[in-house]
Design a protein around this ligand. Structure first.
Ligand SMILES: NC(=O)c1ccc[n+]([C@@H]2O[C@H](COP(=O)([O-])OP(=O)(O)OC[C@H]3O[C@@H](n4cnc5c(N)ncnc54)[C@H](OP(=O)(O)O)[C@@H]3O)[C@@H](O)[C@H]2O)c1
Length: 271
């Protein structure tokens, strides 16, 4: 999902030789193939991940391979090739029990398998010696994959009434905005480190669902509920708000308020 907009943003920014790969073309766990593929690169961007949060509870070793071992292989290849690297991570590296936005350098405290494996991936990238930007994003939606807005609009049309949790708070973020933010960091030659690639502001899934059904002209069909109504294998962070101090300190433009960005994104994502 994210890669579709990353590729487009790189080309729009003037990159002339962007080589997208998928799992069939390059398995990130195949160290020899990775070394060969990365040898001539100036920039390596890793959007690959095991993103099935609930399935990761049952398949943690596979999730660890894709989310931690693979990024380590990529980052070591980038270091050898002298390439810059961008690696994407997640708010799930935090427990989501804070009351202030998480700073980029706050200690990671994952509570589930997905978050543990993504936190291990960050560490593998940091330990590699690569010139790497680690971009944590969250509550991601985009045209290129299944995502919350598409699910809500479809369910709203089919069912006419929806209950959505209002006790999980985060920052709904458009893949196109993450890609543009990444390009700004690269163009500013931002120092290696961890950055938060999320919208400003905060809202619950219920708040977001209300915006989505309004955009889809479905009327006032969403009622709030709490997470106890939905038992799921993996714990969800309750308050997953990421701070943007590192980019503010560099004077790099952040992603705007999540409601304003959704208003811009809605037609494209729901098309
Ligand atoms: N989606 C969200 O809400 C969200 C939130 C926060 C952070 N993130 C992070 O943002 C990044 C992008 O997420 P996304 O939602 O765009 O992910 P996505 O749509 O699930 O795409 C992940 C891709 O990784 C590929 N992949 C898996 N194992 C691979 C391997 N061994 N070698 C090569 N490719 C492999 C998958 O291929 P297959 O289709 O063949 O499996 C899939 O195309 C990830 O780092 C994710 O952790 C996502």
């Amino acid at each position: 999902m994210l890669a579709a907009d990353v590729i487009e943003a790189l080309r729009a920014a003037g990159a002339t030789d962007v080589v997208p790969t998928d799992r069939d073309e390059l398995d990130i766990l195949d160290a020899d193939a990775v070394a060969l593929a990365v040898a001539e690169c100036d920039l390596l961007i890793n959007c690959a991940a095991f993103t099935a949060v609930d399935a990761a509870e049952e398949q943690e070793s596979l999730a660890h391979a894709v989310n931690a071992t693979g990024p380590g292989i990529l980052a070591r290849a980038a270091a050898v090739a002298g390439a810059r690297m961008v690696h994407f991570s997640t708010d799930y590296v935090f427990a989501g029990d804070a009351t202030e936005p998480y700073a980029e350098d706050a200690p990671t405290t994952p509570t589930g398998a997905y978050g543990r494996t993504k936190a291990a991936g960050e560490e593998a990238v940091r330990a590699s010696g690569a010139d790497a930007l680690i971009l944590r994003t969250a509550y991601l939606y985009g045209r290129g994959g299944p995502c919350f807005p598409k699910t809500i609009a479809k369910a709203g049309r089919e069912r006419g009434a929806l209950s959505v949790v209002d006790d999980q708070i985060g920052q709904p973020t458009w893949t196109r905005d993450v890609a543009a933010f990444m390009v700004r960091l690269l163009q500013a030659d931002a120092p290696a480190g961890t950055y938060h690639a999320t919208s400003a502001g905060q809202g619950s899934w219920y708040d977001f669902a209300r915006e989505i059904v309004a955009s889809a002209d479905l009327g006032d069909i969403v009622t709030p509920t709490d997470s106890s109504a939905y038992e799921r294998p993996a714990p969800r962070p309750a308050w997953s708000v990421l701070g943007h101090g590192a980019t503010e300190a560099l004077g790099i433009e952040g992603i705007g308020d999540w409601r304003e960005r959704w208003a811009v994104a809605a037609d494209e994502v729901l098309a």
